[in-house]
Design a protein around this ligand. Structure first.
Ligand SMILES: NC(=O)c1ccc[n+]([C@@H]2O[C@H](COP(=O)([O-])OP(=O)(O)OC[C@H]3O[C@@H](n4cnc5c(N)ncnc54)[C@H](O)[C@@H]3O)[C@@H](O)[C@H]2O)c1
Length: 272
């Protein structure tokens, strides 16, 4: 049920690769809630062509940009202002990729060139985006930025590899830019730490089904689905959360503050 929460708002949504992507669900819901927006993704993702379906369904323009390329980001923010008719009220950073994780290189055997790529694509790209948007005056007064993160930034999940370091960097950048953009433009910047979710990026992590099922058994509400993550992002883009900034917000069914559950205990209990 749509409530017009984003009526009249303009935005930029990155990271919609296919209909499983969290960003895809955010775009569908933002459209239903009355927003107009530009979709962006890396040129390589464009070749898959799926994003065209989303653009058509939501009446959106697409501007391709590699989030590690400053010139392409400058062009993205200039182009988005032109297409939208003004600066963006909301921006979704939904970008993650680790060559080490993809190619099975464990944390004690990292390839450092790939490690740099992981940090750049999955962490520093938020800084690059916000710096480009700031210099291009591309974010509207009172706007909202959301970046997607994962609890491996705080706690060790061995198979998440170097992505954990990238997420820690990402969350720190939300605070660094949140302060500056808040002071100067009343723009808020938050990260959403989402449950394991079946997407292309998620399923790329070794033993993802184990990750997923463990989190499910450890969360009183169960894992948060992608559609609900989208609902939360919409709330953060809306005027209902105007003084919420520089936070890492767990959207994880209670996983992050649960010590143990009977379901998990049952696997270790031997008596009776
Ligand atoms: N799936 C999960 O379990 C989970 C859990 C917590 C957080 N997240 C985070 O959610 C975000 C979205 O991931 P998803 O699960 O929807 O998977 P996804 O694979 O659908 O999305 C990842 C996106 O990053 C884009 N991307 C990669 N390199 C890029 C680059 N250089 N420039 C621009 N875009 C680039 C990809 O094209 C893709 O669209 C990521 O930050 C991910 O780490 C995912």
């Amino acid at each position: 049920m749509a409530n017009g929460l984003l009526k009249g708002k303009r935005g930029i949504i990155s990271g919609a690769l296919n209909d499983q992507s969290i960003a895809w669900k955010v775009a569908e819901l933002a459209h239903a809630e009355g927003a107009t927006f530009v979709l962006t993704n890396a040129p390589v993702a464009m070749r898959m062509g799926e994003i065209n379906k989303l653009a058509e369904a939501t009446g959106s323009a697409i501007i391709s940009a590699d989030a590690t390329n400053d010139a392409e980001l400058d062009a993205l923010f200039a182009g988005a202002q032109e297409k939208l008719g003004g600066p963006a009220d909301f921006l979704l950073h939904s970008i993650g990729m680790s060559p080490n994780v993809r190619k099975g290189r464990t944390y004690d055997n990292l390839n450092y060139e790939w490690y740099k790529q992981t940090l750049d694509v999955s962490g520093m790209s938020l800084h690059r985006m916000l710096q480009a948007a700031y210099k291009g005056k591309a974010l509207a007064q009172g706007g909202s930025v959301v970046a997607l993160s994962y609890i491996a930034a705080q706690r060790v999940f061995p198979d998440y590899g170097d992505m954990a370091d990238a997420k820690a960097l990402l969350e720190s950048i939300t605070r660094g830019w949140g302060y500056r953009l808040g002071k100067e433009h009343g723009v808020r910047v938050n990260s959403v730490s989402q449950s394991p979710t079946w997407t292309t990026a998620g399923a790329g992590v070794k033993g993802f089904d184990g990750f997923f099922n463990f989190a499910q058994a450890m969360s009183p509400l169960g894992n948060a689905p992608a559609e609900d993550c989208a609902r939360f992002c919409i709330a953060l883009f809306s005027d209902l959360t105007r003084f919420l900034t520089m936070q890492n917000l767990y959207h994880d069914g209670g996983f992050s503050t649960t010590g143990v559950t009977p379901e998990v205990m049952a696997k270790f209990t031997t008596e009776g």
